[in-house]
Design a binder for this molecule. Sequence first.
Ligand SMILES: Cc1ncc(COP(=O)(O)O)c(C=O)c1O
Length: 398
Amino acid sequence: MIGFSERLRALPGYPLAEIPAIKRRLIERGMDVIDLGAGDNDTPPPAVAVDAMTAALRDPAYSKYGFQQGLPEFRRAASHWIERRFGVAWNPATEILPLIGSKEGISHLPLAVINPGDVAIVPEPGYQAYLGGALLAGATPHIAPLRADRGFLLELDDVPAATLDRAKIVFLNYPNNPTAAVAPRDYLERTVRICRERGILLCYDNAYCDLTFDDYRAPSIFEIPGAADVAIECFSLSKSFSMTGWRLGFAAGPAPFVGALTRVKSYVDTGPFLAVQKAGAAALDRAEELVRPIRDELERRRDAAVAALRTAGFTVESPKAAMYLWIPLPAGIASATYARRALEDFGVVTLPGSGFGPAGEGFFRIALTVGADRLSEAAERLGRALEATRRGALATTA
Ligand SMILES: Cc1ncc(COP(=O)(O)O)c(C=O)c1O
């Protein structure tokens, strides 16, 4: 009998894990299912990326191991994009690192800083790779609840001093998944200050920095003075360019932090496929023109979904960024019960807030991954699902 590790047993169930099977069963029964679960947009990847990838596939040089150095052209494109986008300069050879999707880099990063007994500060609700990476590295997670009345900001001031003393890494993600919150500059300043005082590595997950609406512009953590003493930033091509399945992202930051992650990765992977890096370089070189239509479409979807959800009886804020709506449920309705009802009886895949940890209870998330008409249809069904769940809750308490 093989005994599994404490680390493995500590990992909670992955929230998206059971949805595909339920969805398949419903579709086989003839149900029209609207999937607003995963943050995987229905828009195609850019033609320049597809063309670059196709050409690279015909050149055997791109079929070689990339190793951590990868394709210098991709590192340069990433560095130039950061400079254009945020006005921050990084050396492509030592301060940029290609990732097999940003999830890979984020989840491996704790291995570079965690010793037994160390704490990793993890937002909840939050992207699962933070908790997973922390647990797999043997860290003691400190769960920091993101509260609606605090703008869903992870406040290090709220963490007990003794825990802060043991903390080696904190994960921040703004624009945020799942809450769609954005971080004001003064918040980032005080967080950087505390990380510097306490010697905590700040992993700034900026996967949604391009998906911003109205006049909002998402900053890099390195626009904050002093951040270079403590931070590393992770970017993704998944959301900005609708390239989720290509698995490409990159880390950026001071050479010691990027170098530490490189060292970890050199033992666990051999870098993203070079042809994918070639395609990523082509996309990054034209980021401004390629991202605009994706952002405009998401903004239209946000407006349609918010309006339709309000009509359907929900109280929902119109977010400034990301690709999600984080929607409060009326008191007394468990998010898992509601999400199951919405899927099984009304054919809408959502994610229950509790799937992001107990602090996510009371909310559910939808992703703006289908067109405005389908979102409006989904909102109407979600309203009916709410009524049905309420009636069910009344029936069980009666
Ligand atoms: C907050 C956040 N960070 C990172 C990622 C991972 O993106 P990638 O596809 O680059 O691994 C996601 C994906 O959903 C995300 O929501």
